[in-house]
Design a binder for this molecule. Structure first.
Ligand SMILES: C[S@@+](CC[C@H](N)C(=O)[O-])C[C@H]1O[C@@H](n2cnc3c(N)ncnc32)[C@H](O)[C@@H]1O
Length: 377
């Protein structure tokens, strides 16, 4: 097992950063490609956002141009954040031939992997049709619900999941991990990358009562109320281990929010991540807060006011916020490893049962002994 942890390195601040502090308009960020193909999709409009999926009203984040822009920003941030790596798309040590991307969204990761590995076949799956008009010939994006039975006939050698926070209940997560295990070839890899909206700061640049510190716990609480989990950064390693994967690796990093870091690559990452937050806050909070807000579900207007406060705090050039991300990758054991593990577990179980049986017998004998004495008397 290995663990590369960048969490404890403090990000150096650039003293010469100036951000625009006026009110943010998401249209400022729209690129001309974000609306490609969008007219073909059905969807439900709610609070000014479009939700479209097989499981209507069940997935917390919208599927519209603004949200796809947000996912693009995350995709770019993940690549920039890992630009020092030979392969910034995944860390599993494999030249994959048959890849599955669960909850592929716009499919950016699947498309990039297909381009990087032309010999591979890459399949992305999501609840809604992807907003793309062109795909590499070795990539396919499918509409399906991964909580249902999987019907793919061939086994994969890499299964990837990214930002599935709020998508599944803990039980569904356990079931999906088991399906990943069952649908991987022996020696195949699973890899998951997650981010969490908790905001941190290593200097005193953000006051303790700032709204930036509120969003993470608030989203966690709303997600828990909905029965789903937001804090997969904390739980995914355990979920992967519990499903039986071995050779577990992880990499934790800090993502600056804003161009405040001094170092160039972190500044770039921070700028992209700020774009992610500014385009994404509404999509990440609107459904959760209007349905599961605390203490009562919030109104649309209350969510908008909250988000305006958040954007103002994010655009304050004196603030040095960051969030934490985590990547976990692990291998499905080979049959001989599975056999050895099963034998070890059987041995352990038998040992435990023997100890318990002996303890029970001793307790029974102790209870019986006064009676024996009485009979003698
Ligand atoms: C936050 S998005 C991340 C998209 C993509 N992985 C990325 O990193 O850009 C999560 C995606 O999971 C999808 N999703 C949620 N529940 C799902 C399910 N039961 N089956 C398939 N996809 C699902 C959502 O529709 C959404 O597109």
């Amino acid at each position: 097992m290995s663990s590369a942890n960048a969490n404890e390195i403090t990000i150096a601040v650039d003293p010469d950063v100036h951000l625009r502090q006026d009110e943010y308009d998401p249209r400022d960020w729209n690129s001309e490609t974000t609306s490609i193909g969008s007219s073909i999709y059905r969807g439900i409009m709610e609070n000014g956002r479009r939700y479209q999926s097989l499981k209507e009203d069940e997935y917390a984040f919208p599927a519209d141009e603004q949200q796809f822009d947000t996912y693009d920003a995350v995709h770019l941030a993940a690549i920039v954040g890992d630009s020092a790596e030979e392969n910034p798309l995944f860390h599993a040590p494999i030249e994959p031939k048959n890849v599955l991307d669960i909850g592929t969204g716009k499919g950016s990761w699947a498309v990039d992997v297909a381009d990087m590995f032309p010999e591979a076949w890459v399949r992305g799956v999501d609840l809604f049709p992807p907003p793309v008009t062109w795909l590499p010939p070795n990539c396919v994006l499918e509409v399906d619900d991964v909580t249902q039975d999987w019907t793919w006939s061939q086994k994969f050698d890499l299964i990837h999941l990214r930002i599935l926070a709020c998508a599944f209940t803990p039980e569904e997560t356990a079931d999906i991990m088991k399906k990943c295990y069952d649908n991987l070839q022996p020696g195949g890899w699973i890899e998951q990358f997650e981010i969490h909206p908790n905001v941190y700061c290593d200097d005193a640049s953000i006051a303790e009562d700032n709204v930036l510190y509120d969003i993470g716990p608030r989203c966690d609480a709303a997600a828990n109320k909905s029965g789903k989990r937001m804090d997969l950064v904390k739980t995914m390693r355990d979920s992967i281990a519990k499903a039986g994967f071995v050779d577990i690796h992880e990499k934790a990093t800090k993502w600056p929010i804003g161009p405040w870091p001094r170092e160039k690559s972190k500044k770039e990452l921070g700028s992209i991540n700020l774009h992610h937050w500014l385009t994404g806050i509404e999509g990440y909070t609107m459904f959760l807060m209007t349905k599961f807000g605390d203490p009562e579900p919030w109104t649309q207007e209350e969510v908008r006011v909250y988000n305006a406060q958040m954007r103002k705090a994010l655009l304050n050039p004196h603030h040095h916020p960051y969030q934490r991300t985590r990547r976990v990758w692990a291998r499905k054991p080979f049959p001989e490893e599975e056999k050895a593990r099963d034998e070890k577990e059987k041995e352990k179980k038998e040992k435990k049962e023997k100890v318990e049986a002996e303890a029970a017998a001793a307790a029974a004998a102790k209870q019986k002994s006064p009676e024996i004495k009485e009979e003698k008397e």
